[in-house]
Every structure is written in C-alpha cells, then in structure tokens.
Ligand binder design. Structure first.
Ligand code: ADP
Ligand code: ASP
Ligand code: MG
Length: 595
C-alpha cells in the first residue's frame, strides 16, 4: 500500500471549515488506497500571537520556554484535525513531536532533527488510522520540547516522508505551487511546473517563504519528491525534484529578503584570522551572517561588509563594537534600511553575461547597487529598502520570468523514487543511527587557474557594475566570482572579481582603460590566485562551515582574499602559493564530514 504525507500550513487550517476541508482531503487520499500521515501547522497566525504574548511578559523570553509555548499551537491543530476526521466517520490519532519520536538536538527555537523512530506511526497506520502529526516540534535527549524554526512544519513533513519512505509528499498551502517569485509581491509571477532541489533550496534561503529551506535539504538528501499544491483545490501544483523546469534557462526565479541590515567593519588588519575572529564572535551570539564581502584593502587593512536580518542588528552591533577594539579595526558603519534581491538558476553556471544582465536591469531602473555577491547558481544585490520592490520587478522582467520557457518540462505523473534498493537500505541505516541533519560534504577541492582583479575607491553611482562588466564582457573575459562592497570611504565602492588566469593581462588592460572615465582611484590585481571549495548539502545553514574554513586556513597561516557562500558550496580565494597548504588544512578539518 502506498504511503502519502500531506502537510497543511497555517492558513489551510485557520478555521473549523478549513480543518474539515483538510480532513476530507486526507480521507479521500486514504480511500484512494493509501496510508496517510497528515502534518499540520498552528492555526492561522497563532504562532505570531504566541510570540507576541511571550514578548509581553519578557523582553527576551528564554528559548526553552519559548519552545514550550510555541509547540502548543500545533498541538491544538492536531487534536482538532483528528476530531474532524472522526466526525467524518474515519479513524485518526494525533501525535505530538515527542510522541511520534522526532528527536532533535537542544538548540531551542532552531533545533535540528537527529532521528525519527517511525514504529509508532507505522503501527497506527497499519491499524487503519490516519495519523495526524504535529509539525515544527520535537524532543531533545533530556525530554525538553524543541521547535525547528519558523516555517518548520515543512521540514517535519519532508523528514517524516523520508523516514517512512513515503511514496508522495504533498505540501498543501495557500498558493497552488511555486512561482517565479512571491506572487504577493509581483502579480506577474508565473506558476512553475517543476523546480530543482538546488534552486528551491537557494530561493527558500533567499526569501521565498513558500518552503522552509531545511525541508529541501532533507528532500535532496533522502530523495523525496515534493508536490507543492493548493489546499483549496485539486489542481496540479509544482514538483520539487532533481531536475530544473527548463534545461536552457539561466535563471528560474527571483526572491527578496526585505528586512536586512548591513554592517561594514572598516580598516581591519589584513592578516590571517581577522575575519575568523569577527565571525566567531557573531556565531557565539547565534547571529546568522549573510552576504559577506571582504575587500582587498589598502596598507594591509581590509573592510569587511556583511548583512544580518534587521531584527538581529542590535545584537550584532554590540558584538561588532567589541570586535573593532579586539581586532584593532578603525571603525564600523551600519545601514538598517536595505533589502536583498537575488536571482537563482542552475543554468547560470554554464552561461556568461547573467550577472551583467541583472546589474543592467537594476541600473536601468535607476537603482543603486550597494553590495554584490555571486555564487555558481545565484546572484544577490543589496539595495535601499524603498527600492527593493522595483528592483525585484526589474530583474523579473529582465529574465522574462513571467513567460514559460519553450523547453519547460510539463509533468503528468508523480515521479517515483530513483534511489536503488541498496541506497535505500543505506539511507534507512543512516536514519536510525545518525543525525539526519548532520552536515554532509561531498567534496573539497582546489582550482588553481584563476586571477583576481580589484577596482578600489570608485565613486558609487547607479549603473557602475553594469558598465564595468559590460566592458569586461565585450572583451570576451569570462567572469566567475563577483563581490562589491560599499563604504570603504564615504560614497565609494570597490569591486573584486575572478577571471581565468589566461585572460588576466587582457582584462587588466580593459579595466585600466576605464579608470579615467569612472574615476577609479586604484586598480590592483593578482595573477595567481586559487579557489578552495567545500561542497555539500545545506552549507549556509550550517554556519559552522564558513567559520571552520576560516579557522583551518588561519591556523595554516593562509589569508582569505574573497569568500562566497551558497547552500551548495563555500568558496574562498587565496593566493596560489597557499593553495595546496590550504587544501590540506581543509581536508583535515572536515575529514569526518566527508562522504
Ligand atoms: P503555509 O502556512 O502553508 O506554510 P506560507 O505562508 O509559509 O504558507 O507559504 C506560502 C506563501 O509563500 C504564499 O502565500 C506566498 O505569498 C509566499 N511565497 C513566497 N515566495 C513564493 C514563491 N516563489 N512561490 C509561491 N509562493 C511564495
Ligand atoms: N507554526 C510554525 C510557524 O508559524 C511552523 C509552521 O507553520 O511551519 O512558524
Ligand atoms: Mg510555511
């Protein structure tokens, strides 16, 4: 008998009618010959209301108590859902996270799932019950209730689908699938027929709230196809699987994180370990750092810019104040009115000119780009918050995302799992023994054929990046990593990028030619740099990876010149002479996480 996991989000169980409608869907699935596990979220905005309540009695509620409180939201929904199934004449049993055996670590409010013991669920299913599982929660080794982070019910659903080897995992929500961008932001967004795990993972981490990013890590790791569809109808939704919707499109979607804040630490002594200390201090306070841009500095000093979520700015500022003293930096600036706009696509790894197109779109809308980071499948720019919506629309238009690509895949049947029986046994072994969300690295590598070019102290004006990369592209130079940061000096910016070593001289000539026209104060470069990459699943949400890399490299005396991070890989640029040494130190550091 096939097994289906159906997840219903908050709006889909917001009132008694909706709960009954969801119960009918589950019953229909059971009558179709399936065993059914239903995962539910808290009703409507209940979680927000509970957070609000907590803040009214305590400015900084203890995380353990927060989880105790928040888990009640889902407990209400599972009980009501089970009652609804009963009222419709069918059997159902509700279970909390602890009751169904979801064991997590003890990082309250953002706990990670370690193991799931599926025995109890299986017994209940075999006895003809629909099992109603509380999303978003688990239990730690001491028996404390934990929660998985906002939006975490998606992760419960996919993790259960993995542990139970379900045949289908359906995410029922208030949209009928995944769109090219949030349809609430841009009505012209297009419904996608399918999207790859890697693309969805990046989009989710870059602000596409339709799926919890960690749920996609599970899906990818344990080969769970996901069907995102509407709670309110039976129309076909979007499949999240290994392959993209269109094999030739460079970009599949765009996303925005509205409430970001930027911090720039100025004049950091450019010696191995400086960035490490800064990011370690932030990680100790559990502050997630996002876009990181380190500038190649003057007089052996560098500027390090990064972004954090706006709500964490206060905490981050306190840490940075101390860090400035500790590191002997010259000072820092902050801006809490910024947003990040990103485009994502597996296809961009194979095409040139994608970044340039994005910069053009933003420039043509008259919007200044304050920071840039790129990785193999995403490009992010930081813009003033008031212009973020316009920037999102401009890039959505530039990549013609509202139109279905000609080679878009249209699926007709749900896919079956691809994993072979031996893979399945291995995975199930893992599920019982190991940490399901443990960091798993697939490879650590060195590519030693690149060069770096840096333009410093360029007056910051809309269109600058577009113009620079136009000139570079028309000379046929292939640009890989790009970073732009702001604020080295008031109103000045600096751009670094990597290119093939064989094009170094040619590129320097082009850039020297731009110096006068754009009042670029300094052009520097390094003919011999190399890129060290650590690849795996869910790297960015494991902040420890970037820190571990800095740590290993600093102890080996290797200075990091540039860094970029994505969900798929963390890359650092170092001088070629340190390549082998750096590689060895990373391999040693991550030995036990390598597959
Ligand atoms: P649920 O309560 O069902 O988990 P969420 O509110 O978490 O629902 O997620 C659904 C919402 O995600 C949609 O209403 C939509 O506004 C938003 N969203 C953001 N990005 C996208 C996207 N790319 N495609 C579809 N919906 C998106
Ligand atoms: N109820 C939780 C939240 O609102 C989890 C979820 O809905 O996925 O974040
Ligand atoms: Mg959600």
């Amino acid at each position: 008998m096939a097994l289906v996991v159906q997840k219903f989000g908050g709006t889909s169980v917001a009132d008694p009618e909706k709960i009954l409608a969801a119960a009918r869907k589950a019953i229909r699935a059971q009558q179709g010959g399936n065993q059914v596990v239903v995962v539910v979220s808290a009703m409507g905005h209940n979680t927000d209301l509970l957070i609000d309540l907590a803040n009214q009695v305590n400015d900084a509620p203890p995380a353990r108590e927060m989880d105790m409180l928040l888990s009640t939201g889902e407990q209400v929904s599972v009980a009501l859902m089970a009652m609804a199934v009963h009222s419709l004449g069918h059997k159902a049993v509700s279970l909390t996270g602890a009751q169904m055996g979801i064991h997590t670590d003890s990082s309250f409010t953002k706990a990670r799932i370690r193991t799931i013991s599926s025995d109890r669920i299986r017994k209940l299913l075999d006895a003809g019950n629909i099992v109603i599982a509380a999303g978003f929660q688990g239990i730690d080794d001491e028996g404390n209730i934990t929660t998985l982070g906002r939006g975490g019910s998606d992760t419960t659903a996919v993790a259960l689908a993995a542990a139970l080897r379900a045949d289908a995992c359906e995410i029922h929500t208030d949209v009928d699938g995944v769109y090219t961008t949030d349809p609430r932001q841009l009505p012209e967004a297009r419904h996608m027929s399918q999207i790859s795990y890697d693309e969805m993972l990046e989009l989710a981490s870059l602000g596409a709230g339709v799926m919890h990013n960690r749920s996609i890590e599970f899906a990818k790791k344990y080969d769970v196809p996901i069907h995102v569809r509407s709670s309110f109808s039976d129309v076909r939704g979007t499949l999240i699987v290994s392959e993209s919707e269109s094999p030739t499109s460079a970009v599949c979607g765009a996303a925005m994180t509205r409430s970001e804040a930027r911090i720039t630490v100025q004049g950091v002594p450019d010696v191995p370990g400086s960035s490490l200390q800064l990011f370690k201090l932030l990680a100790n306070q559990k502050i997630d750092v996002d876009m990181i841009v380190q500038n190649v500095g003057e007089e052996n000093r560098a500027d390090i810019s990064f972004t954090v979520l706006n709500e964490e700015l206060k905490k981050a500022t306190a840490v940075v104040k101390d860090a400035v003293k500790l590191l002997g930096a010259t000072g820092f600036t902050t801006d809490n009115e910024v947003s990040k706009v990103s485009v994502v696509g597996l296809g961009m790894a194979k095409q040139t000119g994608v970044a340039q197109k994005m910069f053009h779109a933003v420039a043509d809308a008259g919007i200044n780009i304050q920071m840039i980071t790129t990785s193999e499948i995403k490009i992010s720019v930081l813009v003033a918050r008031g212009q973020s919506q316009a920037a999102l629309r401009a890039v959505h238009q530039a990549f013609v995302l509202e139109t279905t690509p000609r080679d878009a895949v249209e699926w007709t049947e749900l896919p079956t799992r691809k994993a072979s029986p031996t893979d399945v046994t291995k995975l199930l072994g893992d599920l019982q023994a190991a940490d399901m969300e443990q960091l798993r690295l697939s490879d650590i590598s060195l590519s030693d054929n690149q060069a770096r070019v840096t333009l410093s102290d360029v007056p910051d004006a809309p269109g600058l990046a577009a113009k620079v990369f136009d000139a570079v592209a028309s000379a046929g130079v292939f640009v890989d990593m790009i970073v732009q940061s702001c604020d080295g000096f008031q109103g000045a910016t600096s751009i670094s990028f990597t290119i093939p070593r064989s094009q170094y001289e040619q590129c320097m000539e082009v850039v020297e030619g731009l110096k006068k026209q754009y009042q670029i104060r300094r052009v520097t470069g390094c003919r011999e740099i190399c890129k060290l990459s650590v690849r795996g699943i869910g790297l960015r949400s494991h902040t420890s990876v970037a820190i571990g890399m800095f740590d290993a490299l600093a102890s080996a005396g290797v200075n990091v010149e540039m860094i970029n991070t994505s969900e798929l890989s963390v890359n650092v640029v170092v001088a070629s002479q340190h390549g082998q040494n750096g590689l060895a130190s990373l391999k040693k550091k991550f030995a036990e996480n390598l597959n």
